[in-house]
Design a protein around this ligand. Structure first.
Ligand code: AMP
Ligand code: FES
Ligand code: ZN
Ligand code: ZN
Length: 314
């Protein structure tokens, strides 16, 4: 900004260095260093507020190679080192060509550069082939739905195998608001309870954590760029090319936060404090899948069901 011939660029609220990011709802201007500090502190506050790491000796961190999970890994690596919590990285190769190849390569590159032990799991080892032309017809689900079920199953399975008490994923504030609003629109209120920052563990089910619950996706993008971490920006090639309702809701959430800074942050906060606790959703009862022994609402879990269908068994 030029004022009367003087170059008065915005300066950091804390140190007078040039600001690279403005937190409008808090009236903060942050330089590179204080921006990095800000994101880490926000994640730390979320972890403490929800006692995410209480009784967690080993944490599984699910990394897709995207900006969110790479940011999460970088920050959790520091926090867990300070707390003495062991960590294990996990990346799942969905084997859908160049996109998934880049995701795995990037995740492994970050694990190695930070010296984090990791596992790579491949869909084919679990009998899943997302590129099968008849996948949707046989499973009666779009590929992204099969992918989501398979990824959640594999994460939980690896957590149990590796004695990890919790799994962290990189869902950000915009993702949470989008899922919540979409579920309200369709009346699927029972799914809202799954959108908490921490979903408690159960028998053979690890605790699920979302440490980026209050972090805007703009912040993870700036974080990876500022820290110079590699990340994959491409969109999944199997996602619907037409605009879905989820896309429209996402655009709306983005616009709300941009036009009314802090509004989405306050919405996800209300989701945790008021909306979800006020829902009278009957507690889900899980039994055991008779095929794989993992938790299941029916006799056979949705993952084994999909695998049976793909093998031609009914
Ligand atoms: P998404 O549903 O693709 O937005 O992913 C949400 C979160 O799930 C990511 O931030 C990761 O923590 C995790 N995730 C997604 N895809 C993978 C993958 N292929 N391997 C490991 N973790 C993943
Ligand atoms: Fe797995 Fe789209 S099919 S991310
Ligand atoms: Zn500063
Ligand atoms: Zn099963």
């Amino acid at each position: 900004m030029i004022v009367r011939g003087r170059d008065v660029r915005a300066r950091c609220t804390f140190c007078n260095e040039e600001a690279i990011y403005i937190v409008k709802h808090r009236k903060l201007r942050l330089c590179r260093e204080h921006f990095i500090d800000y994101v880490k502190t926000e994640v730390e506050n979320t972890i403490y507020r929800f006692e995410m790491l209480k009784n967690v000796k080993k944490l599984l961190i699910a990394v897709s190679g995207g900006k969110d999970s790479v940011t999460m890994l970088h920050i959790l690596h520091q926090i867990c080192r300070e707390l003495g919590t062991e960590i294990l990285g996990l990346t799942i190769d969905t084997e859908i060509g160049e996109f998934s190849r880049k995701q795995v390569e990037t995740s492994v590159q970050v694990f190695k550069s930070l010296g984090i032990p990791y596992r790579v799991e491949r869909f084919s080892d679990y009998g899943i082939d997302l590129l099968r032309p008849d996948l949707e017809k046989i499973t009666r689900r779009p590929p992204c739905s099969v992918c989501g079920i398979a990824k959640r199953y594999i994460m939980n399975r690896v957590a149990l195998e590796e004695n990890c008490q919790a799994i962290a994923t990189g869902h950000n504030m915009i993702d949470i608001a989008q899922y919540a609003i979409a579920n309200i629109l369709t009346g699927s209120l029972e799914y809202l309870t799954k959108l908490l920052p921490k979903v408690e563990e159960g028998p053979r089910m690890a605790r699920r954590l979302r440490p980026l619950y209050f972090i805007d996706e703009k912040e993870t993008k700036l974080y990876v760029e500022t820290v110079k971490l590699p990340y994959v920006a491409d969109r999944c090639p199997l996602s619907d090319s037409r605009e879905t309702m989820q896309d429209t809701v996402r655009a709306l959430v983005r616009e709300l936060e941009d036009r009314h800074p802090g509004s989405i942050r306050s919405f996800v906060d209300k989701l945790v404090r008021r909306i979800i606790p006020s829902l009278k959703v009957p507690e889900e009862r899980y039994g055991t899948c008779k095929i794989c022994g993992m938790p299941s609402k029916g006799e056979v879990c949705s993952f084994c069901r999909i695998r049976m269908l793909l093998r031609g068994e009914t």
